[in-house]
Design a binder for this molecule. Structure first.
Ligand code: ASP
Length: 459
C-alpha cells in the first residue's frame, strides 16, 4: 500500500499543526510523499501567506513602500513556525533573500507573479522537510522542478504535460519521505507556473499518480465533506462516498474543500481520494472514487450555493431561422474573455448566463451590451443581475430526474419562490435552479429540509 498525503493551508498554518502532520506520518508507514500548501489562516481574521505574497507582488509593482512591511510579515510567519519547531534559523533567513532575488531579477511580470505566489508552498516544504528530519524521519524536500512537473500555459489555463508522470515515476522507489511543495510546476523554459487557487490539491493528485499510489489522502480541517455548506446548516449530512464526477461538479459550483481540477489527473486510475481531518485523523473521512455504490439510497449527494449570476436575454423575431446565431453571440463573450455558464434558448430568444464575478469591472457589462446591440437586429436585450444559482448534484438524478423536478418545484411553490431558470446539466448528474437573490436562504433551507431531513426523494 502506498499513499501520497496532501496537507492544506489550515493543516500547515502553525507549528502545532505541523507537529500533527509529524504524528500522522509517524502512524502510517505507507505515506511515502507529502505535498504541502502555504500556511493558511490560524484564525478567522488571519491572512493566508499566499494572499500576503500576492499583495507583495502588487505592492512592489505599484512601487508602494508598504511592500517591505508585507515582506517582513511573510518572513515572520515562517520565523514563528521555525522557532517553535526548533529549526535552524538560517533556513528562514534565506527566504527573504529568495523573495528579494525574484523581485529584482525576474523581468516578466507574469512569471514574477507566479514565482512569488508559489513561494508560500516552497518555503513551507523546505521547513517541513527539516522538521521531519529533526523528528527522526529520513525526509527530503523535492522541488517540482526536480520531480519534473512540467506545465504549459495556454488560453489563461495551466495544463499538465503527460511527461510529468513519467518523470515522477523515477522517484517511486526512493527510500525516504518526499516533501513536495504543492501549487506549482515549471514550463519548458524553466519558469514557475502556479495552478489556480487551491491548486495544491492538484499537485497532490499528480504525485499520487506519478508515484503509483493506491490512495491520495487529502488533509483539511473538516472530518467530512458535507452535503451542504456547514457554515449555513447546523450538522449537515456528512458525505461518506462520492464519485469523482460528483465531486468535480460540486467543487466547481461552490464547495471549496476540494479543488475542482484535482480529480482530473486521477480519472484514468483506480486511486481513491480520502479526505481527512488533520485535527482528528482517525475519525470519519470522505472517500472520492470512480463510482459511488450507494446511489440508490442516496440519490442526491450535495447541494451548493453556486453564487451570483447575470443574464443577458436577447430577443429577435425569427432567431430560430438564423443559423449560427448562438455562435455569433458567444463570440462576443469569448472576445471579452467571459466564460459562459448556461444558454437556455427558445424560438425567438436566448439567454446567456454568466457568473457576475466576471463582470465586476462595470465597463465589461456595457461593452457586452454595446457589442450585442451593434451586432444584431434585436427586438430587445434585457440584462438582469442578482440571480442566484443553487446546484443540486447526484448520480441518482440520472434515474430520478422527473421525481427530483417534481419535488423541487413543489417545495419552491409552497414557499412562493419564483424559479427564474431551471437547467438540467448535460451530464445528467446536476440540476441548477436560478432564483432571485432575495429568496436564496429560504430556497436552500427548504430544499435541504425536503432532500436531507424529510428524505422525500428516497421514498
Ligand atoms: N496556497 C494556495 C492558495 O491559497 C494553494 C493551495 O493552498 O492549495 O490558493
Amino acid at each position: 500500500m502506498k499513499i501520497t498525503a496532501k496537507f492544506g493551508g489550515s493543516s500547515v498554518a502553525s507549528a502545532s499543526q505541523i507537529e500533527k502532520i509529524g504524528q500522522i506520518v509517524k502512524n502510517d508507514e505507507n505515506i511515502r510523499a507529502i505535498v504541502v500548501s502555504a500556511p493558511g489562516k490560524r484564525f478567522k481574521a488571519d491572512i493566508k501567506v499566499t494572499d500576503l505574497l500576492i499583495s507583495l507582488f502588487e505592492e512592489y509593482k505599484s512601487q508602494s513602500p508598504t511592500y517591505i512591511k508585507t515582506l517582513d510579515m511573510i518572513v515572520l510567519r515562517y520565523t514563528e513556525i521555525s522557532e517553535i519547531l526548533g529549526l535552524d534559523r538560517k533556513l528562514v533567513e534565506s527566504f527573504k533573500e529568495i523573495l528579494l532575488g525574484f523581485l529584482t531579477s525576474i523581468e516578466d511580470d507574469f512569471y514574477l507573479e507566479n514565482a512569488i505566489k508559489s513561494s508560500g508552498e516552497d518555503f513551507n516544504a523546505r521547513l517541513i522537510a527539516a522538521y521531519m528530519n529533526k523528528i527522526g524521519f529520513k525526509a527530503s524536500y523535492v522541488s517540482p522542478k526536480d520531480l519534473g512537473i512540467v506545465l504549459e500555459y495556454s488560453l489563461n489555463d495551466v495544463n499538465i504535460l503527460d511527461e510529468t508522470y513519467k518523470n515522477i515515476e523515477k522517484f517511486k522507489d526512493r527510500d525516504e519521505l518526499l516533501v513536495v511543495p504543492g501549487f506549482y510546476g515549471y514550463n519548458m523554459d524553466g519558469n514557475r507556473l502556479t495552478f489556480s487557487r487551491g491548486g495544491a490539491d492538484i499537485s497532490g493528485a499528480i504525485l499520487a499518480r506519478g508515484l503509483g499510489c493506491d490512495i491520495y489522502e487529502n488533509y483539511t480541517d473538516m472530518t467530512y465533506i458535507y452535503s451542504a455548506n456547514p457554515s449555513l446548516f447546523e450538522n449537515p449530512a456528512p458525505i461518506k462516498n462520492i464519485s469523482y464526477a460528483e465531486m468535480r461538479e460540486l467543487s466547481y459550483n461552490g464547495f471549496e474543500i476540494f479543488q475542482e481540477d484535482a480529480v482530473e489527473p486521477l480519472l484514468d486510475t483506480d486511486i481513491e481520494i480520502h479526505v481527512k481531518n488533520t485535527n482528528n485523523p482517525n475519525e470519519g473521512g470522505t472517500i472520492i472514487s470512480k463510482e459511488r455504490t450507494d446511489v440508490d439510497k442516496n440519490p442526491i449527494i450535495g447541494m451548493s450555493d453556486v453564487g451570483e449570476f447575470t443574464s443577458f436575454k436577447i430577443t429577435e423575431y425569427l432567431m430560430n431561422r438564423k443559423v449560427g446565431y448562438i455562435k455569433n453571440v458567444l463570440d462576443i463573450f469569448q472576445y471579452m474573455h467571459i466564460p459562459v455558464e448556461h444558454i437556455p434558448t427558445s424560438i425567438d430568444s436566448i439567454s446567456i448566463l454568466v457568473r457576475s464575478e466576471y463582470l465586476e469591472d462595470s465597463s465589461k457589462k456595457s461593452s457586452i451590451v454595446n457589442a450585442i446591440n451593434n451586432s444584431f437586429d434585436l427586438d430587445e436585450l434585457v440584462v438582469r443581475d442578482f440571480l442566484k444559482s443553487i446546484a443540486i448534484v447526484g448520480e441518482g438524478l440520472k434515474d430520478q430526474m422527473t421525481k427530483a423536478l417534481y419535488i423541487i418545484s413543489d417545495v419552491l411553490n409552497q414557499n412562493q419562490i419564483k424559479i427564474e431558470y431551471i437547467i438540467q446539466g448535460a451530464s445528467n448528474n446536476s440540476l441548477f435552479i436560478l432564483i432571485n437573490k432575495k429568496d436564496e436562504k429560504l430556497c436552500l433551507k427548504s430544499l435541504y429540509k425536503a432532500i436531507y431531513e424529510d428524505k422525500v426523494l428516497d421514498k
